[in-house]
Design a binder for this molecule. Structure first.
Ligand code: AHR
Length: 507
């Protein structure tokens, strides 16, 4: 095995945009075992629960400071009718979840259960409304049911269902993937729908909705441009109209063509690097959407939101392929580390991101089983190790020496990924070594403020395929790492395929 070197400069006194904690957001869909069997086991479960919500899942997510949770979909959102999910559970209508396995949905987890979950988590709710098969009235009444105080037909209904006080709902989604499962619309047609629905999603009392229009897949910049045109007046010198406040996009990482999915735990070196190239390419995609938005909205009034991201592999053998249950290896954790460095870089425009999905679906934080088993995935640990970036100020990082890029014939891949931020008297630096065959010694020149203490942690394992199971829950878990600090030069050696954080105490 070889070794390589990298050198970076971090200006601790030159701050940039705030890295919103909402870049560390989450997504929970009625899909496979995310809600039922993941978050929600029902009041009669022998597992410790409150109102049917699994408490060990809540505890693990609280420990990583989960900032928000998007629900009920995804594709499911555009066939979900919220009135089916309120009132006595034994009287709630059933439906078929046509997107995800054609299984029966009994609606036992509905509005009150979701809001109770958010309260237990201490997370802000992000409710995704139904444009594809719903009505303007239905969505408008859901907002009223959730957020209005005083007296009104929806307030009376909420009170009859046991909740007097309105909830706070900061984030509201206007449909999902309207170009596909959300209605197969053309961008201009959807843009008009988004304007119409947003108009009737009212701010009740002091609840201010941040309305998020359903955006593009990957780098479909034409979609973003159609939405920006719908709220702006290019060249007329006015701010965009305050109809919806953000536009989303979705971006999934994989190691091949994205259609023929490969296994989560068996992959070659080449497939590993292909995944990292794809993950790193979200930089170009965000830059593209931002450039389009800049043209219509130079003061960045409209936010960009990546409300679905993560890896998408073949479902685990023996599971329902439409339940999207996949294992999670060190490779997935490194994808998360690379994404966060890029999210931090774009924090001035990117206001929120939601990994898909939190429990038992796609790139999860937590895997559970029916017998009470719970596994924290390698990806969970990246979220936990990075929580010091929440609401911190971006710090510029100049990588002035780096190992040769990986060149697999496509886009070259930088093998060191790094970002930094500061909050109060602390700073946090995250660094990944993506090389499979070389440890990398990184020397960081810390300028501008005196550093009085430092602690480094590393997440790595024998192989990038390493993962956690109920039998080996800590095969991939953070440990402390030696780092030296001399005369403002911090030196740390990152093992091959590792993610590392360095916390600094500042004078
Ligand atoms: O996250 C799984 C699915 O991926 C979502 O339901 C959909 O929005 C996307 O295509």
């Amino acid at each position: 095995m070889s070794t390589s070197n990298a050198r970076a400069v971090v200006d601790l006194d030159v701050t940039g945009a705030t890295i919103s904690r909402h870049l560390y957001g989450h997504f929970a869909e009625h899909l496979g075992r995310c809600i039922y069997g993941g978050f929600y086991v029902g009041e009669d479960s022998p597992l410790p629960n409150e109102g049917g919500i699994r408490l060990d899942v809540v505890e693990a997510l609280r420990a990583m400071n989960i900032p928000n949770l998007r629900w009920p979909g995804g594709c499911f959102a555009d066939e979900y009718h919220w009135r089916d999910g309120i009132g006595p559970k034994d009287q709630r209508p059933r439906m078929v979840n046509t997107h995800w396995g054609n299984v029966e949905e009994n609606n036992h987890f509905g509005t009150h259960e979701f809001m109770a979950l958010c309260e237990l988590l201490g997370a802000d709710p992000y409710v995704n409304g139904n444009i594809g098969s719903g009505t303007v009235q239905e969505m408008s009444e859901w907002v009223e049911y959730l957020t209005r105080d005083g007296d009104s037909p929806m307030v009376a209904l909420r009170k009859a269902n046991g909740r007097d006080e309105p909830w706070k709902v900061p984030f509201w989604g206007l449909g999902n993937e309207a170009w596909g499962c959300g209605g197969n619309m053309r961008p201009e047609a959807y843009a008009d729908e988004a304007r119409r629905y947003a108009t009737f999603c009212r701010d009740h009392g002091d609840n201010k909705l941040y309305r998020i229009a359903a955006g593009a897949s990957d780098d479909n910049l034409a979609w973003t441009e159609a939405l920006m045109k719908a709220v702006s007046c290019l060249g007329c010198g006015r701010e965009p109209r305050n109809i919806f406040q953000a536009i989303s996009f979705h971006y999934y990482s994989h190691d091949g063509d994205g259609i023929h999915k490969n296994p989560a735990t068996e992959f070659s070196d080449e497939q590993y690097y292909n995944t990292m190239v794809k993950a790193a390419d979200i930089d170009r995609v965000i830059a593209g959407h931002s450039a389009v938005m800049d043209a219509y909205d130079p003061r960045r009034k409209v936010g960009l939101v990546c409300d679905e991201w993560g890896t998408w592999w073949q479902a685990e053998p023996g599971t329902n392929p439409r339940f999207l249950f996949q294992q999670n290896t060190l490779r997935d954790a490194l994808v998360a580390g690379v994404h966060f460095d890029i999210f931090h870089k774009h924090a001035a425009r990117l206001r929120m991101a939601n990994i898909a999905q939190t429990v038992n679906v796609l790139q999860s934080m937590i895997l559970t089983d029916e017998t009470g088993g719970l596994v924290l995935t390698p990806t969970y640990h990246v979220f936990e190790m990075n929580k010091g970036h929440h609401d911190a100020l971006q710090l510029p990082v100049h990588l002035i020496e780096k190992p040769d890029a990986y060149d697999g014939g496509g886009d070259p891949l930088d093998l060191v990924s790094i970002s930094a931020s500061t909050k109060d008297a602390a700073a946090l630096i995250s660094v990944s070594n993506l090389a499979l065959d070389a440890d990398t010694t990184v020397t960081i020149d810390l300028r501008g403020r005196a550093v009085t203490g430092h602690r480094a942690r590393v997440l790595t394992a024998e192989k990038p395929q390493s993962h956690n199971t109920t039998e080996t829950p800590n095969a991939v878990a953070p440990t402390s790492l030696d780092a030296t600090l001399e005369g403002g030069l911090l030196t740390v050696t990152l093992p091959r395929h590792s993610f590392c954080t360095i916390q600094l105490d500042l004078a």
